[in-house]
Design a protein around this ligand. Structure first.
Ligand code: DGJ
Length: 731
């Protein structure tokens, strides 16, 4: 039996071919020992691809050091796997290092390779799991700096995962001023840059602008991946649409300050680079030490933006999210936050839980306010001890009650924070991030704990794990409600202070290893004052993340649409909440709220103690409906059929991998009368299969449905949904 290798080195042409699901990535080692990019796109044969090389530009660029002859003799001309600085390349470098003599030169050239059957985990950082991996060794013989480039491909996802490790092989220390994860090149500039921008309650709106000469850049300077700009961008060929055209997607597996850049280079090519933000960054690289960079996942699609999303979704569900939970039925929660805020006692909580007994809700989640002296958001963070004044009988009593109703119990924490009015702050004011002699900047009245310090992390691990070990807790919501300021760590040397943002990420991952990974039977949901830290690194630890504090169905169509560009529906925690909506004041029908919330890991968040029997029956019906489509949410392919940013409609179609089942949810924002004729798009079905379509008495072929579409039937009024189920007719 011949086992096909995903990664091959063709000796004659010195070309590396990496074959993933439907894609080939290729580069070769040129005569100067430079790793020169050749191709990433649809699968191609292992031909000699070097024929597409071309002298890109003949301006007066500098020669390769020590090589004063003409022709292709300049680093600036080569499509790069890793661009470096000071030796004739004027593009955005991936690395800048200050050498002991004060020069900033690097020349990282080929020094061998290894092909590993399975990918090693980066130390102290999350990354995609599994996958055959190429390690390309590069070395600067003069500067004593080495770099390993990691490339991983998968047979079940059209992505390449890349990262770089920089190593100081010299006897003297060096200062890294920039240490990005990758350089990636494309042969033209015919692309639009798509990014996801936003703010609290308005996360991940889609921006699309044509790229140009010079640099288009997105970043975060918050020591959090942020709601401002998600660590994602895509390059879509001009004119590429949801299901047509070439699209490349870039997503950093990182939760702190990052940067992603797209450079239109003067030679007509495009260079993409990024990783840890080099703004407010230096890193002391001691002799023998290495700096590991976060991974970037690069998706390829020839089937438009939708194809790119499906590539990311496959990669994340198969290789990023904890396999224990990735495709497993999720807890279906009732959360008390929007129902009570801080204003609750045991009786109120019990009434909320009792009201949903028998509806299909399986987990009761107690949100903020159960600990310390926490009656509003000015106090208590850091004191992870139950407030028995509010919660008579402690956690034991409410957990016992919830369990007696046949439900599991979940609890809210915000482990990275401290309130000034807390026992923790009174005992250890130095645990909060601050700069010497400067007053604090506050956000939601709270301060950030200095996760770069081990003793601070030890306190958090001990106090959170104690609550988890002493109580029957099946679920944790891990919140994070403010960004860093000061970017300073007490006790660290002055020349290491600009390491703060990256060290914060490493501290956070260490916490996650010691709390999340150490409690494998507890299901963790991520959260960040809504969805402000919705990134692949958090998804590695938290199988789902609270998508936004804005739970209004209309607003959620934008937020969930944008989020789905990179992240699978199973990653989005979506709750049915009260009306008028707490954030927008809008009233939408209960059915609409449920239909939109069911396009993710669904749950409920409202004061059910006021429920009538009718409300309860409706909830039960909705949960039954959700369970009947949950497999599609967890494992199906997503086809976006209408964008709320472009129209009065929103449409998501979920199709099972075997194309035997599908569901289409369409939402119409504004109702109107005497409407124009309208058809809905149907996508992703098998052309030859006959489908029974719910709501019709007809059986129709996939080809018919996908080409003719459907005529929507919305109920009268604004903010209405229509849902269709497609079931393959058994032969
Ligand atoms: C912000 C979260 O996004 C909310 O869901 C809620 O948990 C509050 N924090 C509690 O303070």
């Amino acid at each position: 039996m011949i086992i096909a290798m995903a990664i091959v080195f063709e000796k004659e042409t010195k070309t590396f071919f990496l074959d993933g699901k439907g894609v080939t990535y290729a580069f070769f080692i040129n005569d100067f020992g430079y790793a020169e990019h050749l191709y990433y796109g649809k699968t191609v044969g292992h031909d000699d691809l070097r024929y597409i090389r071309g002298r890109a530009c003949s301006s007066r660029d500098a020669t390769i050091p020590g090589n004063d002859r003409g022709g292709m003799n300049c680093y600036h001309y080569f499509p790069a796997e890793l661009a470096f600085f000071g030796t004739g390349d004027y593009r955005e470098p991936a690395v800048e290092v200050i050498n002991p003599a004060g020069d900033r030169l690097t020349e990282l050239l080929y020094d061998g390779y290894e092909i590993l059957a399975s990918k090693p985990k980066p130390s102290g950082m999350p990354a995609l799991r599994d996958g055959e991996t190429l390690v390309l060794h590069l070395k600067d013989k003069t500067a004593g700096l080495a770099c390993d480039l990691y490339y991983t491909v998968y047979d079940d996802a059209a992505v390449v995962a890349r990262r770089a490790v920089y190593r100081n092989e010299d006897a003297q220390r060096r200062l890294l001023r920039r240490a990005y994860s990758f350089t990636f090149g494309l042969p033209s500039q015919n692309y639009d840059v798509i990014s996801l921008y936003g703010a609290w309650a308005r996360e991940r709106r889609i921006d699309r602008v044509p790229m140009h000469h010079g640099v288009v850049s997105i970043d975060s300077k918050r020591a959090s991946s942020s709601a401002t700009l998600n660590p994602f961008l895509a390059l879509a060929a001009h004119g590429a649409s949801e299901e047509q055209g070439e699209v490349y997607g870039f997503n950093l597996v990182y939760s702190s300050s990052y940067v992603l850049k797209v450079e239109g280079v003067n030679c007509g090519r495009t260079l993409v680079t990024g990783g840890v933000n080099d703004f407010d960054f230096t890193w002391v690289l001691e002799s023998g030490a290495c700096f590991e960079t976060p991974e970037v996942v690069i998706a390829y699609s020839s089937d438009g933006i939708g194809g790119m999303s499906r590539a990311f979704h496959d990669a994340y569900r198969n290789h990023l999210v904890n396999p224990r939970y990735a495709k497993k039925t999720r807890p279906l929660v009732i959360n008390n936050w929007e129902g009570t805020c801080f204003n609750f006692n045991n009786d109120k909580l019990k009434a909320i839980a009792k009201a949903v007994e028998g509806t299909g809700i399986d987990t009761f989640v107690l949100d903020d306010g159960w600990f310390g002296k926490r009656n509003d958001d000015t106090s208590g963070l850091g004191d992870w001890v139950v407030n028995t004044e509010k919660m008579e009988g402690g956690l034991t009593e409410i957990i016992r009650y919830v369990n007696s109703l046949g439900m599991k119990f979940g609890l809210w924490f915000e482990p990275e924070m401290v309130s000034e009015d807390s026992d923790l702050y009174r005992a250890h004011p130095d645990y909060a991030v601050a700069a010497p002699d400067r007053p604090h900047c506050y956000s939601r009245h709270q301060l950030l704990l200095d996760l770069t310090r081990k003793e601070v992390r030890d306190y958090i691990v001990e106090s959170v794990n104690r609550v988890l070990h002493e109580n029957n807790i099946a679920y944790v919501k891990w919140d994070f409600n403010r960004n860093a300021t000061a970017f300073y760590s007490m006790g660290r040397a002055p020349e290491q202070q600009a390491e703060f943002a990256h060290r914060y990420a490493l501290g956070l991952y260490d916490l996650c290893e010691r709390i999340v990974e150490a409690n494998p039977n507890v299901f963790f949901e991520g959260c960040s004052g809504g969805g402000a830290r919705f990134d692949p690194a958090m998804l590695y630890y938290f199988p789902q993340i609270w998508t936004s504090d804005d739970s209004d169905a209309e607003e959620r169509t934008y937020i969930q649409y944008g989020t789905s560009l990179a992240y699978p529906l199973s990653a989005m925690s979506c709750h049915v909440t009260e009306v008028p909506n707490h954030q927008t004041g809008r009233i939408t029908p209960m059915k609409t709220r449920a239909d939109i919330a069911h396009l993710g890991a669904t749950g409920y968040e409202l004061d059910t103690s006021a429920f009538t029997d009718e409300d309860r029956a409706l909830m039960k019906e909705q949960i039954k409906e959700y369970h009947s489509m949950e497999r599609l949410v967890l494992e199906g392919d997503l086809y976006r059929t209408a964008s709320p940013q472009d129209s009065n409609l929103f449409g998501f179609m979920l199709v099972s991998k075997d194309k035997q089942e599908a569901v289409l949810t369409v939402y119409r924002r504004m109702g109107s009368v005497n409407n124009e004729y309208m058809r809905l798009q149907v996508r992703g079905l098998d052309e030859d299969t006959e489908y029974i379509v719910s709501g019709f008495e007809k059986t129709l072929r996939g080809s018919t449905l996908m080409n003719l579409g459907l005529m929507p039937r919305f109920p009268r009024g604004d903010f209405q949904t229509a849902t269709y189920r497609f079931t393959a007719k058994k032969a």
